[in-house]
Design a protein around this ligand. Sequence first.
Ligand SMILES: Cc1cc2nc3c(=O)[nH]c(=O)nc-3n(C[C@H](O)[C@H](O)[C@H](O)COP(=O)(O)OP(=O)(O)OC[C@H]3O[C@@H](n4cnc5c(N)ncnc54)[C@H](O)[C@@H]3O)c2cc1C
Length: 432
Amino acid sequence: MLNPRTHSNEYPNSYYAATSKYPMRYPSLTKSLDTQVCVIGGGFSGVNTALELAERGFKVVLLEAYRIGWGASGRNGGQLIQGVVHGIEPFAKALGEEGVKAIEDMGFESVNIVRERVKKYNIDCDLKMGYCDLAHKPRHVEDFKEHKAWLDKIGYPHETRLLEKDEMHEVVGSTTYIGGLIDMGSGHLHPLNLVCGEANAAHELGVQIFEQSKVTNIEYGKRNRITTEAGEVIADKLVICGNAHVAGLNKQLEGQVLPAGSYVIATEPLSEELCNKILPQDMAVCDQRIDLDYYRLSADKRLLFGGLCTYSGRDPKDIVAALRPNMDKVFPFLKDVAIDYAWGGMIGIGANRFPQVGRLKENVYFAQAYSGHGVNVTHMAGKVIAEAISGESNRIAWFEKISHIQFPGGRRFRSPLLAIGMLYHRLKDWLS
Ligand SMILES: Cc1cc2nc3c(=O)[nH]c(=O)nc-3n(C[C@H](O)[C@H](O)[C@H](O)COP(=O)(O)OP(=O)(O)OC[C@H]3O[C@@H](n4cnc5c(N)ncnc54)[C@H](O)[C@@H]3O)c2cc1C
């Protein structure tokens, strides 16, 4: 059975939904519309594609099955971390030198898109720069050193700093970590307010947005016919951005992405003294394990603590009971603090973890599978798709150089398969 905490037609009872600044609702589609571009999916990918296209003068219809930001975009950890992919080496051969450089540049550009968008449309989403990677093991520290050396070499324009074990208290009040890497070019934000603010901007530029309008069928053709339960859209171009929820929309896209659950708990607001103890510089932080912890303070001083990846397709019965021990392990002195909200969402995972952005056909585009690192990359995906549709650039081709395999097995067998695969990676992670 679906857990009502994570699956209903409305937002889950999250800290984000409770502090939403953009409560507007959009109508459900009940008629036939003719448009240049139809975008399916009201997360960051779909909303930003629509917004980028509207900025270029296109007539766009956006269809969302539930609410804007209902999926991962309105539920995530809010960590805005530069980079398109964690470790580009495995893709260097397919991309070539120029491609590697293009993807690396887009990893930085993606954060700038978010920053500029927030400024241009005056989006109230608590954007704050400052981020730190956390090390549990010496090999993580080695990775940080390598990454910092590379950032220095290419002239990364933001402050970065390696932290030794005895300096970790400057960033995080826990004795768990043996090192860190500060990056002032990454940061954190309120994701539901960002995506809804962006949808608002797109709407004001003329994008027709429909919520509670699940696409039930697509007839591909010179003009695509996209059907919902009570209406249809005829569109020259189609962009599919269903991510982990793409099942039933397109077999190829569905076969390339596996949904995995990730969860977040939000404490009651904490005293200034406690905040200064936990995260004295108010940075977002993330450790490096497969089953990583990611956490940050909200604008109203709660600790938002995320983690607990599940690969079974089922949510934990009690998210607080499952996730709180991880938080207590990092910050034992928070054991008496109340948890006000707990929720989860679905991450779209691809086999090689490289974001999937490209064309299914000449007039059908897609973006999905950011493997837990999509707050920034979705913004880049929206931009390259809009550039391709408008003929402005073909940067999308860099993403298309990477091939993506279909996970074997039907819908029912993919989750157990992922569970077994992840067990292997967890063991490897634990032993190394
Ligand atoms: C708990 C959690 C924590 C995360 N933390 C971070 C983080 O801190 N930093 C980070 O970078 N990334 C994080 N991520 C990943 C990030 O949130 C995603 O990569 C990103 O939001 C993906 O955006 P999207 O628009 O592609 O997909 P989604 O936001 O999932 O949106 C897809 C939308 O498509 C709609 N849809 C699907 N099928 C249909 C249909 N048939 N008809 C109409 N609409 C349809 C869905 O309803 C959904 O709203 C996290 C994810 C989760 C779940």
